[in-house]
Write a protein that binds this ligand. Sequence first.
Ligand code: PPS
Length: 293
Amino acid sequence: MDTSVLPTYVDVSHPNRQGSFRMPVDSDDNITSAMKYVANAGDLFICSYPKCGCTWLQSMIWRILHDGEGIKGHIRDHIPFLEFDGSESIMKMQPNGGYKVIKTHFPYDWIPKHPCAKYVFIAREPKDVCVSLYYHVKGFEGYNWSAGRFDDMVDIFLNGEADCGDYFKMLDEWLRLESTGSIHIMLYEEVILNQREEIRKLAKFLGAELEAKLMAENGSMLESIIENTSFMKMQKQDKKWYHTDRSTPFIRKGIIGDWKNHMTADQAARFDRKTAELVGKYPMLKLWNVNSA
Ligand code: PPS
């Protein structure tokens, strides 16, 4: 692909893992330290490809762990972003609600593992991820891509050349693991359609006591979490979730199917051909309803 249309990225290698990791801006010190992080019992990793709803997930998890209370101050002060904040920021944190919560977009293989750590992965339909990433990259100065075109982002994304590399590969790495033991896999669309049940399952995964608290008094905490993590409420607090000025809101549209407002039939078909292969392998993705023709 013509590299002049690429946003400004840096490719980072890991000393002990395969492949490279593509990041938006150079933050060498923290990425080097992030790669040295050793996981501990009680770590809770929130894992995703960018733009799959991990900020929403972080808000829900935080409230489950804190009797329904929201994050006070900026999210990164409480939930470090491993590759940007580095391992020291995690080491000096005290466990919160029984866990140290850590966000990461690292590929599966790079994520620090511990038998008593937990891992939540959230996925989203690829066409919508591409649209969301397009606005994200355009709106964030560090990418030098304010004049970027959507058609270019489609090619960049399908070639696995966007932030964090190939989304289809990341999906395959996680979905083959299934939700068992210390891994819980979620879909953004399932949360949109059935948030009540998805929060309950999440609390159950985090611990039976947390689930019991969530459901006590006719599920009053569950109802308050749904209300306080709604798109409108989170959008009103936009600056809480992101640390730099941007030309588009971080909590932007929050819907299923925004790709219909952006993609040509041909672009959608190129995505669907790749996605259909994964839907064939992993039945939970049937919800994405892609056209497999
Ligand atoms: S990032 O930059 O990778 O951390 O982005 P991430 O948080 O994973 O994903 C951002 C998208 O999630 C949407 N979002 C929500 N949708 C519905 N309800 C709520 N409460 C919510 N919070 C965040 C956000 O709007 C981004 O999607 P788009 O399609 O761009 O709106």
